[in-house]
Design a protein around this ligand. Structure first.
Ligand code: PLP
Length: 378
């Protein structure tokens, strides 16, 4: 079998596989983005966004990848004259730090080694020192396959009065996030992850408090301007029209499945993936207690790097998983199982891994990993 981008078993950590309905939705002739037809689409999207976030609030769609949503939020909500607390335990936490430092000279960073849980006590102690205006944290650290347990931080953030700003790019529609119960003020989602739409849009949820606190940030990503336009089913600048069409269809699919069901299915797939990893004799990269439900990060077997595992999966089995980032390049591979990823994708991937390890004489118990998946199927 050779790699074929159109038929590959596609389990990278986002973009994810896209449903044909969503693909078809994009194939439309050019639309007047200031015309009634497109306004109707924007209105539908607006009405559907609470399905994605599992909460009502001030919600916008930005034409730009997930990072555009982060830049929109940090540039408009990180205070200039008070401290901002950034938490980091992976590549995207470190990037949060970089973005926030463009907009504030008063940043305190609390970090843990990549893949380890965040030091919640240290973060709480920083909050207790006072003068923190915003807290920025990644919910699901895609780079290391670890979900940060924000319930450990939420009460202290609320008590401090700081704005709670969450990068939910690889978590939204994959890992439960009780936005209102935890007092979260901003959540950024990416279209290409749990929502299973094409890459290129950022979805932003803001609380009432966050909306009131918006100050001018970047011009193009000005959240106040986007919100004001959206209230008229419009966008301030020319939107990525085909992506908006795809977004509407992906939101409709999510509503048909139901957010709860998608979260539950993603969780079951994650548990099956972790069991398969055990049965393959491989090790998870992150602290197991916090292993992510949307992406599983696995250490490459000793003496077998990317060339012996991930590249063989791609070349010989037409299965795409993702490599490690930064210092983890060549050391881990990551299996994404969010969005519309499903049991057949996982079965093919695990079968191929069994074969690769078996041929290398490194498979502890042939068939056990497949069995682990099959036993967890509905
Ligand atoms: N934050 C997290 C947690 C991510 O997983 C990603 C992308 O994978 C990003 C930020 C950056 O998003 P984008 O590449 O869509 O700009």
């Amino acid at each position: 079998m050779t790699f074929d981008p159109e038929t590959t078993t596609f389990l990278i950590a986002g973009p994810v596989r896209i449903h044909p309905r969503v693909l078809r939705a994009m194939s439309m002739s050019s639309l007047n983005h200031r015309g009634d037809y497109f306004h109707g689409i924007v209105q539908e999207i607006r009405e559907l966004l609470p399905v994605l976030f599992g909460a009502k609030g001030h919600q916008v769609v930005l034409s730009g990848s997930g990072t555009s949503g982060l830049e929109a939020v940090y540039s408009a909500l990180v205070p200039k004259d008070r401290r901002t607390l950034v938490l980091a335990n992976g590549n995207f936490g470190e990037r949060t730090n970089e973005i926030v430092r463009r907009y504030s000279a008063h940043v305190t960073t609390v970090s843990a080694p990549w893949g380890q849980p965040l030091p919640w006590d240290e973060a709480t102690a920083e909050l207790a020192k006072g003068d923190v205006g915003a807290v920025c944290v990644v919910h699901n650290e895609t780079s290391v396959g670890l979900a940060n347990d924000l319930s450990r931080l939420a009460p202290a953030v609320r008590a401090s009065g700081a704005l709670f700003l969450v990068d939910g790019i690889s978590a939204v529609a994959g890992i439960p996030l009780p936005i209102d119960a935890w007092g979260i003020d901003a959540v950024v989602a990416g279209s290409q992850k749990g929502l299973a739409a094409p890459a290129g849009l950022a979805l932003v949820h803001l609380s009432e408090r966050a909306r009131a606190a918006l100050h001018p940030g970047t011009f193009y990503l000005d959240l106040a301007a986007h919100l004001a336009s959206l209230e008229k089913n419009d966008t301030p600048w020319t939107p990525a029209v085909p992506l908006f069409l795809a977004l509407r269809e992906a939101l409709l699919l999510l509503r048909e499945e139901g957010l709860e069901h998608r979260l539950e299915r993603t969780h079951r797939l994650a548990e099956a993936t972790r069991s398969a990893v055990d049965a393959l004799g491989l090790a998870l990269f992150p602290d197991r207690r916090y292993a992510s439900d949307t992406v599983t990060a696995v250490r490459n077997p000793d003496g077998m790097g990317d060339a012996a595992v991930r590249k063989v999966l791609e070349r010989e089995y037409n299965v795409l998983v993702q490599g490690g980032q930064g210092a983890l390049a060549g050391k881990i591979f990551r299996i994404g199982h969010m969005g519309i990823a499903d049991w057949p994708d996982l079965l093919v991937t695990v079968a191929a891994l069994e074969r690769i390890l078996g041929k290398a004489g490194r498979l502890p118990a042939p068939g056990a990993a497949l069995r682990a998946v099959v036993d967890r199927m509905p």
